[in-house]
Design a protein around this ligand. Structure first.
Ligand code: C5P
Length: 288
């Protein structure tokens, strides 16, 4: 049998760090949105007993260092399916090291795809538990939609869908290591925090200008010389008519929010001349 599944990228409309936890992780408060930029996963059952991954990017590991493989192995274990041969083919479009949860989205897509392949053996709660074991962003990538995520990022409070809007996403040529940026932020005195409650209220009211005014990510405060490019690209997005801009996750990608009538294709094409990746995207509703 062969099944295919989309693995959608996430954007952080906001990102706050509210504390450091005894387990070394950070407590977060993040408004997140699933968008149409996606990788495509194809799962094929094979005669063997191993789970392997193949992607269009040569530097992505094919063994359990790849979150998609890890998710499949955990699924087979939890669903008591024994050792099975699975080939995970990933056609990657989400930039790597960008803060858009590409690896987590792939792992979440594996969990949804395998649960279809094996006739819904696990319920939603069990899938969420597996997702949290794979990584902090995987539970959100599993359910998708518009969510306030707290805790490590795995506590999900669904919000009403974002009002209709468009995004232009772009990524400077450098990538960011998530653990390194978390370590750096521990040594940084944060000057500002996002107004998460105000942002949630604006989402609940479908108030796009109110949302756009409250987009903020505390990681932008880290004194990274490289982030100068992020600021330059934000200015370009604002010049092109963005209502608001923010870096997503630990970066280096950032995005602008636009009204639904905007010709985001031409803005992305123009921006692509100044960075290594640019695309237009729209909201994707809840996935699970
Ligand atoms: O959970 P995940 O493996 O995706 O996290 C990757 C790294 O990001 C962790 O090792 C940790 O350094 C950092 N992290 C954190 N607090 C979070 C989520 C991630 O410190 N809430």
């Amino acid at each position: 049998m062969i099944v295919t599944e989309k693995a959608c990228a996430k954007l952080n409309i906001s990102l706050d760090i509210t504390g450091k936890r005894p387990d070394g992780y950070h407590d977060m408060a993040m408004v997140m949105q699933t968008v149409s930029l996606c990788d495509t996963l194809t799962v094929t059952e094979t005669d063997g007993t191993a789970v392997t991954a193949r992607t269009n990017l040569s530097y992505i590991p094919s063994d359990s260092r790849n979150l998609a493989v890890k998710a499949a192995q955990l699924y087979l274990q939890k669903a008591e399916l024994g050792e099975r041969g699975l080939e995970l083919r990933l056609d990657k479009k989400i930039p790597v090291g960008a803060g858009m949860a590409g690896g987590s989205a792939d792992a979440a897509a594996v969990l949804r795809a395998l649960n279809r392949l094996y006739e819904q053996r696990l319920d939603r709660e069990q899938l969420l538990e597996l997702a949290a074991a794979v990584g902090s962003d995987v539970p959100f990538c599993l359910t998708g939609g518009t969510v306030l995520a707290t805790g490590r990022g795995e506590q999900l409070q669904p919000l009403p869908p974002m009002p209709d809007c468009r995004y232009v996403i772009c990524k400077p040529s450098f990538s960011i290591s998530t653990p390194e940026l978390f370590a750096k932020i521990d040594r940084t005195r944060l000057r500002r925090h996002p107004d998460t409650a105000g942002l949630v209220a604006a989402v609940e009211q479908g108030d796009l200008p109110g949302i756009s005014r409250r987009m903020y990510n505390v990681f932008e405060d880290v004194n990274e010389r490289k982030f100068r490019t992020v600021r330059e690209l934000k200015s370009r997005l604002l010049d092109a008519g963005a209502l608001g801009t923010v870096m997503t996750g630990t970066g280096s990608a950032l995005f602008g929010i636009f009204t639904p009538e905007t010709d985001i294709g031409s803005i992305a094409a123009e921006l692509g001349r100044h960075c290594s990746f640019a695309c237009g995207a729209e909201n994707v509703p809840q996935l699970l």
